[in-house]
Design a binder for this molecule. Structure first.
Ligand code: GLN
Length: 403
């Protein structure tokens, strides 16, 4: 018996899936843990450190109080699905059937992976713009797909835009391409894709019979007069787009885990199946609060964007004074920076020093690229924080010296 207890399993087996060896732990989440360890100001992970709207919190309390405590319908509470469908009509002119096109998930993170699992076969290729939100890499691996990357190039002049090369994008599409992931407004660059750019992607999707999976979680966080255009609103794209969104960023409730995927009926049915067996459903009372959130007046969204515009314009000068070159974001709540002035070996060495010695956590640029060397001179800061938090960070960053 003792032999059995002390015996070691066959080392060749190790009980692990090959899939997990193809990606690392999330660097974004790791930086939050490091911020806690060193007591640093956390400008790494993108979550607000201020209160969510009182109406939404009250709605969540009321739902719990009235015993909305059991499973909602697996693909989402009716009230929330109807609110999502209504608002997609109001904001983007997209007609959505709440009974046939909507799946509510545990955050847009689950909506994305459920979608990829629902549509990808082994050998399928997924086109991803790079730098990319780090989840898309593991999402593709877990769904058996192969990712193909297309570069977003940083602005060449101050206040310029991130751009991609049309020929490079076209070259990424072929007969094995199943989907393209488009994240606009974009994390980490802050790029807001223009209509012309989206039309270009649309034309390739139609030509190569490819699905667009669009992550629009920062839909309402826009600056400098930019507008958000949903891919599904473009002619010819309704039937080949999955639109992913959620409550996290728009209503400052990243821990509630309520997101959704809006897709044509057949694709929705597949997403719903995957979602059901993955998580059964998103938190029922918080879905009820979601329906209330989606009924807030238009001023709410204008105030949200303006609040972030003020924070952006507060943090960027502080970063510039400290020696960073900032790539001005037009949307979302991150700023990508260039760290060349500090003379560090790479972004990871720099962020380690920053969190431990300076007391500010940021995300190393390499975590947004397949090849770490491409992000070795970049670091991302999140500015979805209270003014005091940004001030504390600015004060600490002032201690950095240029190399
Ligand atoms: N989207 C956020 C970021 O990029 C955080 C997402 C997460 O950690 N789940 O920082």
């Amino acid at each position: 018996m003792a032999d059995v207890i002390t015996s070691v399993s066959n080392p060749a087996k190790q009980f692990l899936s090959h899939k997990v060896s193809h990606f690392t732990e999330s660097v974004i989440r790791e930086m939050t843990r490091q911020a806690m360890l060193y007591g640093a100001v956390n400008l790494a992970q993108g979550f607000p450190d201020f209160a969510a709207p009182a109406e939404i919190k009250a709605a969540a309390r009321a739902a719990i109080e009235s015993d909305v405590n059991q499973y909602a319908i697996t693909w989402g509470a009716k009230s929330l699905r109807h609110a999502i469908a209504r608002q997609m009509g109001v904001w983007q002119g997209i007609e959505v059937d709440p009974e046939k096109n909507v799946t509510v998930c545990c955050g847009s993170t689950e909506a994305m992976i459920s979608t990829l699992l629902a549509v990808c076969n082994a050998g399928d290729e997924v086109v991803i713009f790079e730098p990319f939100y780090e989840n898309y890499g593991p999402d593709s691996v877990l769904s058996g797909a192969k990712s193909k990357f297309v570069k977003l190039r940083p602005p060449v002049s101050e206040g310029g835009e991130w751009t991609f090369d049309e020929k490079e994008l076209r070259a990424a599409f072929d007969k094995n391409t199943k989907a393209v992931i488009v994240n606009t407004p974009n994390n980490p660059t802050g790029k807001v894709f223009t209509r012309a750019e989206l039309e270009l992607i649309r034309d390739l999707c139609v030509e190569f019979d490819v699905l667009a999976i669009t992550d629009e979680i920062y839909e309402h966080i826009l600056y400098d007069g930019t507008t958000h255009i949903s891919m599904a609103s473009l002619e010819g794209m309704r039937e080949r787009t999955v639109t992913i969104n959620g409550m996290s960023k728009t209503y400052s409730v990243t821990g509630w885990r309520v997101g959704w995927a809006v897709a044509p009926e057949k694709i929705t049915n597949a997403i719903r199946k995957v979602h059901d067996f993955l998580t059964v459903g998103a938190p029922a009372p918080l879905q009820e609060a979601g329906a209330v959130a989606l009924s807030l007046p238009a001023e709410y969204y204008a105030r949200l964007a303006e609040g972030y515009r003020v924070r952006r314009d507060h943090l960027i000068p502080a970063l510039e004074r400290a020696g960073f070159t900032c790539f001005l974001p037009r949307g979302a709540y991150y700023v990508m920076t260039d760290i060349s002035a500090f003379g560090f070996e790479d972004d990871v060495a720099f962020t380690k020093y920053l969190v431990k010695e300076i007391g500010v956590a940021a995300v190393p640029g390499s975590s947004f690229y397949r090849d770490a060397r491409d992000g070795a001179r970049q670091v991302r800061f999140a500015f979805c924080k209270k003014r005091e938090t940004l001030n504390a960070a600015a004060e600490k960053l002032g201690r950095l010296s240029r190399g």
